[in-house]
Design a protein around this ligand. Structure first.
Ligand SMILES: NC(=O)c1ccc[n+]([C@@H]2O[C@H](COP(=O)([O-])OP(=O)(O)OC[C@H]3O[C@@H](n4cnc5c(N)ncnc54)[C@H](OP(=O)(O)O)[C@@H]3O)[C@@H](O)[C@H]2O)c1
Length: 237
C-alpha cells in the first residue's frame, strides 16, 4: 500500500493524454513533487509550484541518465509514455515493431532501472501502463510490445516486492486520447483511468483492470487459446 500524500513522483509522457492527467490528479492528491517528464518539456501546459517539467525521451539512454540525476528524490515511477503503430507482426519491414518495443518495452525498463535505487530506498512504487492488448494479440506489433511489458511488469514485481516496492500493471481498452483519435468505439475518459489507477496504488493492488474489456479478457486467460480468441472476436464483432 503506497499513500500518495507527500510522495515525489515521476510521470513519463506527461505533456498530454493520460500522462498529463496523472500529473493533475497526483497534485490533487497532495503529492509533494511531480516530475512531469516529456520529450519536449516546454509542451507541459500545467503550472503548479510542485510540478517540475523534466526532459525525458525514454528511448535515449543519455536523456534517461540525465533525468535520473536531476530527479534523484523520486519514490514512485509512472511508466506511461507509449506509442501505438499497430503493424502486422509478420512484415519484411519490422521498423514499427522495433520502434514500439523501444518505447513501450525497453523505455519502461530503462527508466525503472535508472530510478530503482531511490524507489527501493523509499519503499515506493512502479506503475506500468500496459493495455488489454497485452493479452489480445489483435494489435500486431503494438500487442507484442505490450505483452512484453506485461511480462516485464511481473518480473519487476518478482524482483522488487521482496524489497518493499509495489509494482502495478495497468490494463485497459480504449481511452479517449490522441492515440485513439481515429477510433469510433466507446472510450474511457482519462479522468476515470487515472482515478482508478491512483486508487489502486493507494490500496496496494498489483493490477488495475480499468474497464470491462480488461476485466473480461483477464477473466478468460485460463481458456484454451482457440476458445479465448473466438470469444474475443465475438465480443468485438
Ligand atoms: N489511449 C488508449 O486507448 C490506450 C489504451 C491502453 C493503453 N494505453 C497506453 O497509455 C499510455 C498513454 O497513452 P495515451 O493514450 O495518453 O497516448 P498519447 O495521448 O498519444 O500520449 C502518448 C505520450 O507518450 C509520449 N511519448 C511517446 N514516445 C515517447 C518517448 N520516446 N519518450 C517519452 N515520451 C514519449 C508522448 O510524447 P510526445 O507528445 O512527445 O509524442 C505523449 O506524451 C501509453 O503507454 C499507451 O500505450 C492507451
Amino acid at each position: 500500500m503506497t499513500s500518495l500524500t507527500d510522495q515525489t513522483v515521476l510521470v513519463t509522457g506527461a505533456n498530454r493524454g493520460i500522462g498529463q492527467e496523472f500529473v493533475r490528479q497526483l497534485l490533487d492528491r497532495d503529492a509533494a513533487k511531480v516530475y512531469a517528464a516529456a520529450r519536449d518539456p516546454d509542451a507541459i501546459a500545467l503550472t503548479d509550484p510542485r510540478m517540475h517539467p523534466l526532459q525525458l525521451d525514454v528511448t535515449d539512454a543519455g536523456s534517461v541518465t540525465r533525468a535520473a540525476e536531476i530527479a534523484c528524490d523520486v519514490g514512485i515511477v509512472v511508466n506511461n509514455a507509449g506509442i501505438s503503430l499497430v503493424s502486422p507482426i509478420l512484415d519484411d519491414d519490422n521498423s514499427a515493431l522495433r520502434q514500439e518495443l523501444e518505447v513501450n518495452f525497453f523505455g519502461p525498463l530503462a527508466v525503472t532501472t535508472a530510478f530503482v535505487d531511490g524507489v527501493v530506498e523509499r519503499l515506493g512504487a512502479v506503475v506500468n501502463i500496459a493495455s488489454v492488448m497485452s493479452w489480445v494479440a489483435l494489435g500486431g506489433s503494438y500487442s507484442a510490445s505490450k505483452a512484453a511489458l506485461w511480462s516485464a511488469t511481473d518480473s519487476m514485481r518478482v524482483e522488487l516486492a521482496p524489497r518493499g516496492v509495489q509494482v502495478v500493471g495497468v490494463y485497459m481498452g480504449y481511452v479517449d486520447t490522441d492515440m485513439t483519435a481515429g477510433v469510433e468505439a466507446p472510450k474511457t475518459s482519462v479522468e476515470d483511468v487515472v482515478r482508478l489507477v491512483l486508487d489502486g496504488v493507494e490500496s496496494g493492488v498489483s493490477e488495475v483492470l480499468v474497464d470491462d474489456a480488461a476485466r473480461q479478457v483477464r477473466a478468460g486467460l485460463h481458456l484454451p487459446v482457440r476458445e479465448r480468441y473466438e470469444a474475443i472476436v465475438a465480443a468485438i464483432s
